[in-house]
Ligand binder design. Structure first.
Ligand code: SIN
Length: 282
């Protein structure tokens, strides 16, 4: 599909397209930004190769899609608190950041609209990121299951990754993570979310932040949640992005799960991530 000056080339049947014909460090016109936004809505995650972005330029590009937010638990760059460094050094052996299927910051009342991830240092092999289309995850459920899920609310919390006893205590040694009691707070979101721009319904639960259904125990919720987590990342709903230095991924966090593969032991990987503010899921 072409959007006049820019071109989107799908990388998989389910979602994902590489965009060519645009340099993100330029001051882009409103019309180019609108085309990029359309490409994002159509393909759910879009990729740009061979970009050269200073922190200011990455921030300026992402800001064209909405205000940026600072991460609740990961300290940003000293001069650019909106940017977090997603980094794993060559000698680290623990779980990597983002190494489970998730959408970003769903512990928040208004989880991010999307994230823009820029590759600074990539391993010679491995370290790919997988993405999964949650419209397809919802649409392929049976009408009976869809109807049942429509009445359910899920509880999300950041206590697993970022609570005082959470995974950040043992993982992500090179990142500036600040676990806190704030991670114990709980947030309600609908299990099926209607996308605010496309009007399409998608599944909206993820293994990192969703802990149970409202008014049910974790034990009661677990069988159905586990089923949904597995279904949500079925191979047929996914695409896989091979990073190269200077590549950028921009995903629609409202309709996509992602997963950073941890298969590059002995090599360094460093990305800069910014998150664009989103709205309250309905
Ligand atoms: C993340 O979950 O935001 C990190 C993704 C990645 O490093 O590929």
């Amino acid at each position: 599909m072409t959007y006049q000056t820019i071109k989107a080339t799908p990388i998989a049947g389910a979602l994902g397209a590489e965009i060519s014909g645009v340099s993100l460090s330029d001051e882009l016109s409103d019309s180019v930004i609108a085309k990029i936004r359309n490409a994002l809505l159509d393909h759910l995650v879009i990729f740009f190769r061979d970009q050269k972005l200073t922190p200011e330029q990455q921030i300026a590009f992402a800001r064209r899609f909405g205000p940026l937010e600072e991460h609740d638990f990961v300290k940003g760059l000293p001069d650019h608190p909106e940017i977090i460094r997603v980094v794993r050094e060559a000698d680290e052996t623990s779980l990597n950041f983002g190494g489970a299927w998730h959408s970003d910051v769903t512990h928040q009342e208004c989880p991010a609209l999307g994230s823009v991830l820029y590759a600074l240092d990539v391993p010679p092999y491995g370290g790919d990121t997988l993405f999964s289309n949650q419209y397809l995850a919802y649409e392929t459920l049976s009408p009976g299951m869809q109807q049942m899920l429509a009445g359910l609310t899920a509880i999300h919390t950041a206590r697993g990754p970022f609570g005082p006893e959470g995974r950040s205590k043992t993982n992500w040694q090179s990142m500036q993570v600040e676990p806190s009691a704030k991670a114990l707070e709980e947030m309600e979101h609908p299990v099926v979310r209607t996308h605010p721009e496309t009007g399409r319904k998608g599944l909206f639960v993820n293994k990192t932040f969703t802990v149970r259904f409202k008014d049910m125990t974790e034990q009661e919720s677990s069988p159905l949640l586990e089923y949904l987590f597995k279904h949500a990342s079925h191979e047929g709903f996914t695409c896989r992005f091979r990073w190269t230095p200077g590549a950028v991924a921009f995903w629609d966090n409202r309709a996509v799960l992602h997963y950073a593969l941890n298969d590059y032991s002995g090599h360094r990987r460093e990305m800069h991530r910014v998150a664009i503010s989103g709205d309250r899921p309905v």
